[in-house]
Ligand binder design. Structure first.
Ligand code: ASP
Length: 424
C-alpha cells in the first residue's frame, strides 16, 4: 500500500471516530435550532450528502466503463477455448454462491437490527415487491441503453456493457482504438472516483455524526455485528467451499494448499489489493503448487480482475445490513436481483482497495435501497476490505489449481512437496 493510500484510509477512519464522538455529544444536547437545524440537518447533512452524491455521480460511468473493460479482458477466452470458458464459469458460479451464502448470513445474523434509520431518512423504496422472475429477466435487456443510463437502471447497464465488451474483444485489432479509449476512460473514472474519495473523510464524518446524533450509541453494536458477519462469511467460504471444491474435484489436500498459499494471503490482507497480489500469487502457483505457467498466467490476472468472492460476500451482508437498518423488507425478487448484480459487480470491481464498497452502490441502487447506508460502513471498510481481498485472491488460486489438474497441467509432485523459499 502506498503512503498516500495509507494516509487516506487513516483520514477516513479519523472521520469515522470524530463523527462518532461529535455525534454522541450532539445526541446529548437539548433539542432546538442549533442541534437540529444547524448541526444535524445543516452541517452534517451537507457534508454527508455532497460525498454521497459524488459517489452516485460516478456509479453509472464507473459501472459501464469498468464492465466493458472487464468483459473485454475476457477476450483471451477465444484463444484459450475450453480452459477460458471453464475458468469464467468457475469464477461466476463461486461468486454467485458467495453472495448467496452472505445473504443467508445477513438474514440469520441480522447485523442491522437494533439500529433504526428508517425514521430519520425519508426513503422511497422501489424494492420490487412482486415483480415476477420472468419480468426481472427480460427487463434486464434495455429497450434503450441511453435511457437505462439516465435512469440508473443497473441490470440494463450491466447487460449493455457486457455485450459491448464482448463485441470489442471479438473484433480485437479492428477496434483497437475504441479498446484503448475504454482503457483510458477507465483511468479517467478511477481518477474521478479518487477525487470523490478525497472528500470521504469529511463525508464519512457528516454521515456518521448525523447517525449518532440521531440515534446515540445504538449504532455501534450493529456495525460490529456487520464486521463479524462478513468475516464469518469469508471464513466459511474459504474454509468450507474452497476446501470442499479442492478436495472434491481434485483430491488434493486443502491443508497443503493453504500452507503454501499463506504468504499470498498475507500480502492480500495487508495491501487490500488483488492487483498488488498478482505477482506473488503467480509465483506460488507456478513454483509451489505446481501449476503450469500457461494456465496460471491466464487465470490469475483474469481472476484478480473479474473474480471477487470476498467482495460479493461483503456486498451480500451489507445489503441485508442496510435493508435492516432502514426497515426495508427484501422480496424474493430483490434477493435474486442482489445475487445477480453482486456477481456481475465483481466483474467490474477493480482489484484495488475500497472499490467494492463503491460498487455496492450499484447493488443497492438496483433494488432501490438508500445509498446513505454506505456512509455507515465506509468508515470501517478497510477492516473488511483486508479480509475480503484475501478471499478474492484465494478463489483465483483455488480455481487455477482445479483447472490445471483437470487439464493435466498440474505437477502433483511439486504440489505435494514441502514449501520452498519464495523466489525474489
Ligand atoms: N480490495 C478488493 C480487491 O482488491 C476489491 C474491493 O472489494 O474493494 O480485491
Amino acid at each position: 500500500m502506498s503512503k498516500k493510500q495509507r494516509g487516506s484510509t487513516t483520514k477516513i477512519f479519523m472521520g469515522l471516530l470524530i463523527g462518532l464522538v461529535v455525534g454522541i455529544l450532539v445526541y446529548n444536547l437539548p433539542a432546538g435550532t442549533f442541534k437540529d437545524d444547524i448541526l444535524i440537518d445543516g452541517i452534517f447533512q451537507l457534508l454527508g450528502q455532497v460525498f454521497l452524491r459524488g459517489i452516485m455521480m460516478m456509479v453509472v460511468p464507473l459501472v459501464f466503463i469498468s464492465l466493458v473493460n472487464g468483459a473485454a479482458s475476457m477476450g483471451d477466452v477465444k484463444k484459450l477455448g475450453r480452459v477460458g470458458a471453464r475458468t469464467i464459469a468457475f469464477y461466476l458460479v463461486t461468486t454467485a454462491f458467495a453472495v448467496s451464502l452472505a445473504l443467508v448470513l445477513g438474514y440469520l445474523l441480522k447485523p442491522g437490527i437494533g439500529l433504526d434509520l428508517g425514521a430519520i431518512e425519508q426513503i422511497e423504496t422501489t424494492v420490487n415487491e412482486k415483480t415476477p422472475l420472468v419480468q426481472i429477466l427480460f427487463e434486464m435487456v434495455p429497450r434503450n441503453p441511453i435511457s437505462a443510463m439516465a435512469d440508473g437502471n443497473m441490470l440494463q447497464i450491466i447487460v449493455f456493457a457486457i455485450i459491448t465488451g464482448i463485441g470489442l474483444s471479438i473484433l480485437g485489432d479492428k477496434v483497437k482504438i475504441i479498446l484503448q479509449i475504454f482503457e483510458q476512460l477507465n483511468e479517467l473514472v478511477m481518477k474521478m472516483v479518487g477525487f470523490v474519495m478525497l472528500f470521504a473523510p469529511l463525508g464519512v464524518f457528516g454521515l456518521i455524526a448525523r447517525t449518532f446524533a440521531t440515534v446515540g450509541y445504538a449504532a455501534l453494536v450493529p456495525l460490529l455485528k456487520y464486521i463479524i458477519a462478513v468475516y464469518i462469511g469469508l471464513i466459511l467460504h474459504a474454509g468450507l467451499v474452497y476446501s470442499g471444491l479442492l478436495k472434491g474435484l481434485t483430491g488434493l489436500s486443502p491443508k497443503k494448499f493453504y500452507k503454501k498459499f499463506f504468504p499470498a494471503m498475507s500480502v492480500a490482507f495487508s495491501t487490500a489489493s488483488s492487483n498488488a497480489t498478482v505477482p506473488i500469487n503467480l509465483d506460488i502457483n507456478e513454483k509451489q503448487l505446481g501449476v503450469s505457467r500457461n494456465i496460471a498466467a491466464f487465470t490469475i490476472p483474469l481472476g484478480a480482475t473479474i473474480n471477487m468472492d470476498g467482495t460479493a460476500i461483503m456486498q451480500g451482508v451489507a445489503t441485508f445490513f442496510i435493508a435492516q437498518v432502514y426497515n426495508v423488507p427484501l422480496s424474493i425478487g430483490a434477493i435474486l436481483t442482489v445475487v445477480l448484480t453482486a456477481t456481475l459487480a465483481s466483474i467490474g470491481t477493480a482489484g484495488v482497495p475500497g472499490v467494492g464498497t463503491i460498487m455496492l452502490s450499484m447493488v443497492l441502487q438496483s433494488i432501490g435501497l438508500p445509498l446513505e447506508g454506505i456512509g455507515l460502513i465506509m468508515g470501517i471498510d478497510r477492516l473488511v476490505d483486508m479480509g475480503r481481498t484475501t478471499v478474492n485472491i484465494t478463489g483465483d488460486a483455488v480455481c487455477t489449481v482445479i483447472i490445471a489438474k483437470k487439464e493435466g497441467e498440474l505437477d502433483e509432485e511439486v504440489f505435494n512437496s514441502d514449501s520452498k523459499a519464495l523466489s525474489k
